[in-house]
Ligand binder design. Sequence first.
Ligand code: AMP
Ligand code: GLY
Length: 418
Amino acid sequence: MRVLVVGNGGREAAIGWKLKQDPRVTKIFFSKGNASTEEYGENIFEESIPELVEFATREHIDLTIVGPEAPLVEGIVDEFKVAGLNIFGPGARAASLEGSKAFSKRFMLENGIKTAKAKVFEVYQDAIDYVKEHSFPLVVKASGLAGGKGVVICEDLEQAEATIHDFMIRRIYGDSGIQVVIEEYLQGFEASIICFSNGEELFPCIPVKDYKKVGEGDTGLNTGGMGTVAPSPEFNGMHYADFERNIMFPTVKALKKEGLGFKGFIFFGLMVTNQGCYLLEYNMRLGDPETQVLLPLMENKLIDVINDCLGGKAPELKFKEQKAVCVVMVSGGYPRNIEKGIEIAGVEKLDTLCLLAGARKSGGKYLTTGGRVVNVIGTGDSYEDARKVAYDNIKKISFDYGFYRHDIGQIVPPKTKK
Ligand code: AMP
Ligand code: GLY
């Protein structure tokens, strides 16, 4: 079987690592890949949708798996299908559940899917008038894709006005700011639940905790993810039952009702509050760095699950009883300005799974190419065991100004009431 994986991050490296263990997979191509994916297969230069359609046709690709959101929203799945190619992911319409927060909010609210109260605005002055009448904090979101940067938790009126101005008038995220969503602030902990869809039903993986803030103890700026742990130590059976009843099942029903059925991944970004689970967002793909802890724990062959879904069958997902911890080492300055081309030392010393995401190989050296550079994954029978493997190994890696959080997977005992 010949597989094409679209994307160049740690998520795509994890997919490559998983596929590589399956003897039926004879060749894997990555567009455009990174230093790890070239160990699992071949990195290619083709990137635009027409180029990829042509490549997949010419190279007799049996299956394409899409990592990031942008090509999904641009319609890669629709184009591949027109060309008679096999691809796993939602078409452009279903992908707009991620690509447009205005669309997904409407979808949630009209279909009784539990989410934060919100209003969508297209007129700048209306949005300004609205925030003037509300108490803070309030959350202001650019509706379109903004590389994870289009959400601002506003503490006061001044910040809300400035954010709305940035999004709608200055258009700092371009057309993504044509509409804004303004919603109530929810307090709690977050959980990521990723499901496979066979077009009819959803099949959830174990819940994952993503550490989004750059600093230890969840401080500082939001990032693309500084680490993950699976299963989430916080998300229990009671939370799961609540999620199923108030979010997952209503979503399945709504997808059918609105003719948005698809075969691919759907990722529920949840906020768990004292009033239960709320849906913050849908992502119509695997998460990064969620995938880096899910795939090492998944007992199934990824190809079997995807083939079941593509064939409309019900996969039986199985996960190991173990824990997995992924620590991400990032470039100095991340998530703001970073420098690229810095040499990474120590990679060959690791004896656990190490995925080089924002890195490339050049003349036998590893050089940084992005913000999230290295993902080190530890597994074990306890969170402590998994953490120890990840941290004992990440210590062996170094590059100038590189840093990571030291508290990924640390179990913080719940605060007792006095
Ligand atoms: P989103 O892209 O909508 O998931 O938002 C990105 C991040 O912003 C989330 O992962 C949360 O950390 C935060 N966030 C989004 N919406 C809310 C909300 N209503 N209340 C509190 N935090 C939020
Ligand atoms: N880790 C969150 C995401 O993939 O969007």
